[in-house]
Structure formats: C-alpha cells, structure tokens
Ligand binder design. Sequence first.
Ligand SMILES: Nc1ncnc2c1ncn2[C@@H]1O[C@H](COP(=O)(O)OP(=O)(O)OP(=O)(O)O)[C@@H](O)[C@H]1O
Ligand SMILES: [Mg+2]
Length: 346
Amino acid sequence: MDFMPVIETLTLRRLMEEYPVTRDFFQNLNIPPLDREQPLASALIGASDDWLLEFGLTREEIPEQLAEFLRIMTASEEARPVKSLTILGGFDKMGAAEDVSITIDAGTVVSIVGPTGSGKSRLLGDIECLAQGDTPTGRRILIDGEAVDEDERFRLEGKIVAQLSQNMNFVMDLTVGEFLEMHARSRAVGAAGSGQTPGELIQTCFERANSLAGEKFTPDTKVTQLSGGQSRALMIADCAYISRSAIVLIDEIENAGVDRREAIELLARAEKIVLISTHDPLLALGADKRVVIKNGGIFKILETSPEEKESLAAIEKIDRLLTDTRAALRSGERVLLKSEANERDG
Ligand SMILES: Nc1ncnc2c1ncn2[C@@H]1O[C@H](COP(=O)(O)OP(=O)(O)OP(=O)(O)O)[C@@H](O)[C@H]1O
Ligand SMILES: [Mg+2]
C-alpha cells in the first residue's frame, strides 16, 4: 500500500492513532516536538534546520521515509487467514481475452515465468492491490473464492499481502535486532498460538535470516548496512516468522545472494501463498506450479512434474558450480574449468 496520500492528508495526531508504529519512527529519528494538529509536511516547516542537518535529511525525504517504514511495518498487522487466492483472467497486451482462472491454496508456491517485459511484475501488482478489473490487465482477484468489495479492499490493502522489498533504506538508525523487535511488537506476535515467546521468535527469525544469507550479520548490524541479499534474507525470515500476511509476493529474488531453495521451503512451510516472479530455473522448478506469461497474459499454467523435480538435482549441480565460480572470482582467485573436449584431449 502507498502511504503517501495518508501521510499527506491525516494530521499527525490521527496518523499516530491509526498507525501507532509512527511513534517509533519519530522516536528513532529523534524528531523534535511537532504540531500534531497538522499533517507531517506542514508540521515539518516549523522544525529546526539543525535537527534536519544532523540526520542529513530534507523535509521532503521524511514523509517518503515514513511511507516506506509504514509499508513494511504495518503489512499484515491485522492478520486474516486466507485459504485460497483466485486470479480471474482479464486481457493481454493486445486486448485478447485471458481465458483462465487459477486458484492457489495456502502452502503453495507458484512461480511466474516469461520473457522480460511480458508482464510478470504486473501480475504481482494485480495481486498486491487485489485488482477488481481496474488495472491495465482487467484481472480480478478473489480471496477465499469471493470478490473483495471496495471497503474491504481498502481495509485489507497491505495487510494480507506482503510484497518483499529488497532493501530497507527507509530505516533510520535501527539495528537488525531493534528492527525485529519493533516489528514483532507492532504485530503482537508470540501472543497467540505460536508456542514461542516473542524473544524466542525473534531469535529463530534472526538465525534463519543468517542461514539464508551468504555473508553473516549480527543483531547489532545496522539494517542500512545490510547488502541487498542480506536484506532480502532478513525480509524472507521476517515474513515466515513474524509477519502474519497470508500472501507473499517476491519479484526477482535471483542474484540476491540468498539460499533460494531454502527460502521457498521456509515460506511454504509457513502455510503462505507464495508467488515468485523469476528467470531462475531453480526457483521456477522449485515451485509447485508455474504460470507462464506471454504478451501480458497468462499463457499456460503448468504443474511441476515429477520428472522436472528429478531434473532439479542436475540443475542444482550446475547452479552450485556457478555459485562456486562466482565466489572464487569474488575472492580474487583464478578460475580454471576444463571443458569436456579439453579434458578428453588431455
Ligand atoms: N495485460 C496487460 N495489459 C496491459 N499492459 C500490460 C499487461 N501486462 C503487462 N503490461 C505492462 O507491460 C509492461 C511490462 O510488464 P512487467 O514489468 O510486468 O514485465 P516483467 O515480465 O516483470 O519484465 P521483467 O522480466 O523485465 O521484470 C508494464 O508496463 C506492464 O504494466
Ligand atoms: Mg518484472
């Protein structure tokens, strides 16, 4: 959900009432007392330049950062279990009818494949906003088999669907530990059902994030210092353990330096509905189903066959070779791979 319109219109008082986590944002930035009866932008006009200089921020950047902060922090606050998600076809880029309906159950991972520019991200966008025929594709999204009316859509937006972001440049000066704690608190996790205390859950989440990421980090690492891959790993673990959003959308996970297979399995085990747009064979075949996009429309829906699952082993081997080669190059080693012909000739 885009929080900019909300931030622009609500007074600070209302904003803090609607989204209590806003207080954390202000506290962390050490923002001086502001006039709460005004929206943030107007209230900031009165803020001192010294304070802005201290954080190296402009008056325009603060609302933007808050929007990003709220987007991540409030996702799935008001959890609602979702048993299934249905995509009803609209039109492809040529305006031809997309004659499909696909229902995805909880605990299922679906990959989205197709050429660059074919419309994979668009499909994720349709799901994120719970499209009801009002996006360029004309698709409709049903939750548990039912259309979502305007009121509900507004209420649910950003709450049942989480789109994983790759970096967390919104976050001021938080460490990984502080981020997870703040997040867990805003969602009151561990309170019911999980059998774990919030502290244990945060610990599990942190450990998992680390096992997903190539380079290790500690709870004291600043989130702004995490690499793209480490941020992604943290967001995936956060999604599996802390976030309650039932639907997780991941756009392009590759090259992020994350253990991709483990990431998928982790999310699937958390009984989420996971959709991943990808060009990566490992991810495409690691999913239960794949949706093939062509010209902006869903062209095919394939179940991953047992034979394909078997080929995964071979693909993994090639992938590991590439990963090792990449690691060797990164650490300044020379790379020596013999081609089969070379090997035969001696
Ligand atoms: N059915 C459609 N009708 C109209 N426009 C569409 C449709 N599907 C996709 N588009 C538009 O086509 C453009 C490219 O789509 P998109 O960004 O989703 O491609 P992509 O498959 O994610 O590409 P990449 O692999 O490069 O990330 C976007 O502007 C998108 O809004
Ligand atoms: Mg894309």
